[in-house]
Design a protein around this ligand. Structure first.
Ligand SMILES: [Zn+2]
Length: 263
């Protein structure tokens, strides 16, 4: 690389990090002016109400779009806001958020115009990332009939973004972390949201228990009580009732038919 090109690259890099450092100093000064106890209070610990599982896309900042500040939201982000059961990062965040921090609401936040979802919808190879995108392609396979009925490509991608969020909420509900929390006193509520980059508005997909997990207990050994309004749910079955129910379902397929239908 020529010297001038090297110098130009160095200048750009230096300016970038200098901007970040200057912004930080300004932010600290503004916060201290607004509330002199702000940092002292945060340093004592955190008890966020929310866990945010969102996309890494730079246009979907967790705090900005939800109007939350430091200490209010525990955050996990990855490409296309996925809940993958072999992802130790996600599972560690989820366990800590639920079992230690005691978050009350878990938000899976997708967004229209998601590059990860668009890449998964294209029948192409991209390299290593295909191993991540395959999880979104599974959502396509599960909902192929509905998606093929949508002729407009943009509308089909928007629906895929929504279906992906619904499936990731369902994946959350399948984890033993959430299942165990549902047996506790204050289980977290699960929410599926979609953010529209074009107008900044968040839409609640109203993912209730019927779209999340109901009807799947005979396969996943999961609770069949409401997840979204979990605070008002009836008491869970005793361990004895539960085990006899699920074992019965496994050994007697006719009991499976008695489960509520999946939406
Ligand atoms: Zn995205």
């Amino acid at each position: 690389m020529a010297n001038s090109a090297l110098n130009a690259q160095k200048a750009t890099t230096t300016t970038g990090i200098q901007d970040i450092m200057a912004n930080n100093r300004q932010w600290v000064a503004a916060k201290n002016a607004e509330d002199p106890e702000f940092f002292k209070r945060l340093a004592t610990g955190q008890q966020p109400r929310y866990l945010f599982i969102g996309c890494s896309d730079s246009r979907v900042p967790a705090s900005g779009i939800t109007g939350t500040g430091p200490g209010e939201m525990f955050v996990h982000r990855n490409i296309a806001n996925m809940v993958v059961h072999t992802d130790l990062n996600l599972l560690s965040v989820l366990q800590y958020a639920v079992e230690v921090l005691g978050v009350q609401d878990i938000l899976v936040v997708g967004h229209y115009g998601c590059g990860g979802v668009a890449a998964a919808a294209a029948n192409k190879q991209y390299g290593l990332i295909d191993n991540w995108l395959v999880n979104i392609r599974d959502v396509v396979r599960l909902h192929e009939t509905e998606l093929l009925r949508i002729k407009d490509e943009q509308q089909r991608l928007r629906r895929l973004v929504e279906l992906n969020v619904i499936e990731q909420v369902r994946n959350l509900a399948k984890t033993n972390i959430i299942q165990n929390a549902l047996r506790g006193d204050k289980p977290p509520r699960l929410h599926g949201l979609v953010y529209d980059i074009a107008d900044g508005v968040l839409k609640d997909l109203q993912v209730d228990d019927s779209t999340a997990i109901r009807g799947l207990a005979h396969i996943y050994g999961t609770e069949v009580k409401p997840l979204v309004a979990a605070h008002h749910a009836p008491a869970p079955p005793t361990a004895k009732e539960e085990s006899s129910h699920y074992e019965g379902a496994l050994h007697n397929p006719s009991q499976v038919a008695a489960e509520p239908a999946t939406a």
